[in-house]
Design a protein around this ligand. Structure first.
Ligand code: ZN
Length: 190
């Protein structure tokens, strides 16, 4: 149910095309990381880079010298920079538009007893991802009795969550990519 609500607007009617694109559905353990991840066309990333210092008005990420940062010290300096521009960063745009780059679904009767532990694992991966690239983050976590659905801003973090779940709890992980949207669907069961 939570599932249907969240996924509805995202990739309806794509399932046939998606299944043609599944690289290694039943592979266990190792994650089929795509080599061309950086080449994915992300409509939320501007084609031309920003000039000068740019601050996201929503999350206070700062863009300088071709990279985003979430360091509060960098933000404090950036607000005092002459000619600083305020924008909405690509991650906050995706959150606003509810356009996840990855959807991770966890289904197991193991969840009720280990809920906090699992949520901590998700939050740790989220934090680690943001520290490396502020545009990679968890958008939303929806919980049900035996199911947790996590949406992420990009497909790489979704893959990493699948890998972390497998490392911690084994079980079974499937990775699917949704046609041309490059959206990753990760499903963990055990
Ligand atoms: Zn932002």
């Amino acid at each position: 149910m939570a599932n249907g609500k969240r996924q509805g607007p995202v990739a309806t009617g794509r399932s046939d095309r998606a299944s043609a694109n599944i690289p290694n559905v039943r592979r266990r353990g190792t994650v089929p990381i795509r080599r061309n991840v950086q080449d994915f066309e992300d409509p939320y990333i501007p084609e031309e880079s920003y000039a000068g210092t740019v601050i996201c008005r929503t999350c206070h990420a700062v863009h300088e010298n071709e990279r985003w940062s979430l360091d509060p010290k960098i933000y404090e300096e950036a607000v005092r920079t002459e000619g600083v521009q305020y924008v909405t960063c690509p991650a906050c745009q995706k959150i606003r538009d509810r356009q996840p780059g990855g959807i991770v679904t966890l289904s197991s009767d193991f969840i009720p007893e280990h809920r906090q532990e699992i949520l901590n694992l998700i939050r740790n991966e989220d934090e680690r991802a943001r520290n490396v690239n502020p545009l990679e983050r968890v958008m939303e976590i929806e919980e049900d009795t035996n199911e947790i659905v996590v949406t992420t801003t990009n497909e790489k973090l979704a893959q990493r969550l699948g890998r972390a779940l497998y490392r911690a709890y084994k079980g079974h992980v499937e990775y699917h990519w949704m046609g041309t949207s490059k959206q990753a669907r990760v499903r963990w069961t055990r």
